[in-house]
Design a protein around this ligand. Structure first.
Ligand code: KG4
Ligand code: ZN
Length: 350
């Protein structure tokens, strides 16, 4: 079997991504292009992603982003051997734009179509940077839309959810706390920056779902967000100046503490020795620092893709597409629907 070029299309949230990878005969996957257009600026004044705006932005960005990816790689559309696309989970209207585009490219080029799982894509992308994953590993996905602990037993074989958030996603908590503090959207980067000058022990914010009777591997950030809002309200009522850096550092410490403690505990209990952290929040400086420290202490290998690959992109979908093709998966039917609630166990829509 010769090398195959796999095109990946991502449109589940506010990033339009087109990626190209080369799948070699030995199953290795190489990144050739990663073009992304984001509509994040258009959502900023609403403090969160507005689905209708995202869908429209995908429509406008799809063809230019495709052109950019082809230019970056020096390839032509006719070089593409397979098309992979995010089938779900994600925003319905946003997913539909990518799925429709992928179907059009696949049928025009007469190549197979693979509708793949966005969450698995966040894990698969790490193979572009750090090579093949071990047979079993744990993944922590943390972004504006997801907070999940996944047991990965072969990236193209089996993914099982071990834990998830029962309310807000980790990134969502950052975005909401930023709003309370009058910091810009998305809230992760400004809070991360402010926290550097603050004391993480200044305020004892709650650690969600860490009581003895709480589910061990699920997360909750809504109580923490409310605690921050109450603390700020009280300080304002008392006429005190808000110590923004201390609030940010203390909030961030709670998030990083809970995420890393649960991830390391799950790795120990499931007897896996590799943890992959991906998603926009993986860029957080305190999270990566604490994860590195706790993984080192527990003898766990930590893998974090570079920030550009952690956030939503087309390369992660192309990478997952390449892995499922290498594993011999059947293509998806051309009438495949977008599925906003696609379960994490479904790696390819059949
Ligand atoms: O993966 P992503 O780009 O999009 C999805 O939500 O799928 O993640 C965006 C999220 C936002 O909530 C943003 O506030 C958060 O990632 N984020 C961060 C940092 N950079 C981005 N959160 C904490 N610290 C950061 N440095
Ligand atoms: Zn994502």
């Amino acid at each position: 079997m010769t090398d195959r070029i796999v095109l990946g299309i991502e449109s589940s949230c506010d990033e339009t991504g087109v990626g190209l990878v080369r799948l070699a005969a030995d199953g290795s996957v190489e990144l050739l292009a990663d073009a992304v257009a984001s509509s994040v600026d258009q959502h900023a004044r609403f403090g969160g992603v507005v689905p209708e705006i995202a869908s429209r932005a995908h429509l406008e960005a799809m063809v230019p982003t495709m052109r950019q990816a082809l230019d970056e790689s020096g390839l032509k559309l006719s070089d593409v051997d397979a098309v992979a696309v995010t089938a779900g989970p994600g925003l319905a209207g946003a997913l539909m734009v990518g799925v429709a585009a992928a179907k059009a490219y696949a049928s025009a080029l007469q190549v197979p179509l693979y509708g793949v799982n966005h969450l698995a894509g966040h894990v698969a992308v790490d193979t572009l940077e750090h090579g093949p994953l071990p047979d079993r590993c744990l993944a922590l996905l943390v972004s504006g839309g997801h907070t999940q602990l996944l047991l990965v037993e072969g990236i193209a074989e089996k993914i099982t959810e071990i834990g998830t958030t029962i309310d807000d996603a980790a990134g969502e908590a950052y975005d909401k706390v930023a709003r309370v503090l009058d910091l810009p959207y998305p809230g992760g980067p400004p809070i991360d920056e402010q926290a550097k000058a603050g004391n993480p022990e200044a305020i004892d914010f709650p650690r969600g779902l860490t009581g003895p009777r709480d589910p061990e591997f699920d997360f909750s950030f809504s109580g923490l967000k409310t605690a921050v809002a109450r603390w700020v309200e009280t300080a304002q009522r008392d006429g005190r100046e808000i110590p923004v850096a201390d609030v940010c550092a203390s909030f961030q410490e709670s998030v990083a503490d809970v995420l890393t403690a649960k991830a390391v505990r799950a790795a120990r209990e499931l007897e896996v020795d590799t943890l992959v952290i991906s998603g926009g929040v993986a860029a957080n400086s305190r999270l990566s620092e604490l994860a590195a420290q706790r993984c080192r202490e527990a003898g766990i290998t930590l893998r974090v893709p570079r920030p550009r690959l952690c956030t939503d992109n087309g390369a992660m979908i192309a990478a997952l597409g390449a892995h499922v093709i290498a594993a011999g998966a059947k293509p998806s039917p051309l009438d495949m629907p977008a599925d906003p609630g696609l379960p994490v166990g479904t790696l390819v829509v059949q």
